[in-house]
Write a protein that binds this ligand. Structure first.
Ligand SMILES: Nc1ncnc2c1ncn2[C@@H]1O[C@H](COP(=O)(O)OP(=O)(O)OP(=O)(O)O)[C@@H](O)[C@H]1O
Length: 261
């Protein structure tokens, strides 16, 4: 479904931040990109959805999605795909909700922008997605302002919205790192359930190799813009090639002498 070949990305003239990044992803797979701050994880994710910031540009390599390069799509083509076929969940997607408008009207407007559903149908769709991310009493939530919800609940609303159109590919940039540990675990579990239900492919960027080890089919480890380990979860965890990955794996907490992953 997605093939990234030897991708090199620069900000400005000579500031190469990602070098020769490659990845191969099948439908419904979960891939985790792990690495320290500044290693280029978010840059890779943003390049996939055509949203590099500032002076960022792909200077070589290719990103092929269902047989077609994503690098030269027009704005119109992106409008067709973004949010529906490929969607993005950021660390604070809940925080992007407009604070002075009720969740329901924002959600219905979002559905309206992409479909021709009647208002009642859009409302039903929104409610059913909010239920899928296990929010309680969804009618009340539709009637609430964002400030009336906790951070975890707002994040779930953001995740529900990103999944509304059953995207083939979800790009999740540290989707749980702003939340407490219990909520993190719940959201990770729900993303996995949604993959099982919709066969959505997910690329999840995280600092936490424990999260990657728990949910990913494949793991890519980045350090300073370069891939230092890549393979199935088992390959990377049981047989890491780089010292950096070994160090990350050692940092995972142990329970009763067994690694807690
Ligand atoms: N808009 C930008 N303009 C210039 N340089 C940038 C820009 N965005 C990121 N960079 C640089 O690119 C490098 C990679 O950043 P990136 O955000 O992709 O890393 P990351 O691994 O996602 O880090 P984090 O986990 O902190 O989000 C860093 O050196 C960063 O300073």
């Amino acid at each position: 479904m997605l093939e990234i070949k030897d991708l090199t990305i620069q900000y400005g003239e000579n500031n190469t931040v990602v070098e020769n990044f490659s990845l191969n992803m099948q439908k419904g797979e979960i891939i985790s990109i792990v690495g320290e701050s500044g290693s280029g994880k978010s840059t890779v994710l943003r390049s996939i959805i055509g949203g590099l910031l500032g002076q960022g540009k792909v200077i070589s390599g290719d990103i092929i999605f269902n047989g077609k390069s994503l690098l030269n799509l027009s704005n119109n083509e992106w409008r067709e795909i973004r949010g529906t076929v490929i969607s993005m969940i950021s660390q604070d997607c809940g925080a992007t909700l407009d604070p002075i408008r009720k969740i329901g009207s924002q959600y219905i407007e979002y559905i309206d922008a992409h479909t021709n559903l009647k208002k009642t149908e859009a409302e039903e769709k929104a409610c059913s997605m909010l239920e899928k991310v296990r929010l309680p009493e969804v009618k009340n939530i539709m009637n609430s302002y964002p400030y009336e919800l906790s951070g975890g609940m707002k994040q779930r609303v953001g995740i529900a919205m990103a999944l509304t159109f059953k995207p083939e590919l979800v790009l999740a940039d540290e989707p749980t790192s702003a939340l407490d540990v219990t909520t993190q675990a719940q959201i990770v579990k729900q993303m996995m359930e949604l993959r099982d239900e919709f066969n959505t492919g997910i690329i999840i960027v995280t600092h936490n190799i424990g999260v990657a080890a728990y949910m990913a089919d494949k793991i890519v480890v980045m350090q300073k813009g370069v891939v230092v380990d890549s393979g199935t979860r088992e390959e990377v965890i049981n047989n890491p090639k780089s010292d950096y990955t070994k160090k990350l794996l050692k940092s995972i907490p142990e329970m009763d002498g067994e690694r807690f992953v």
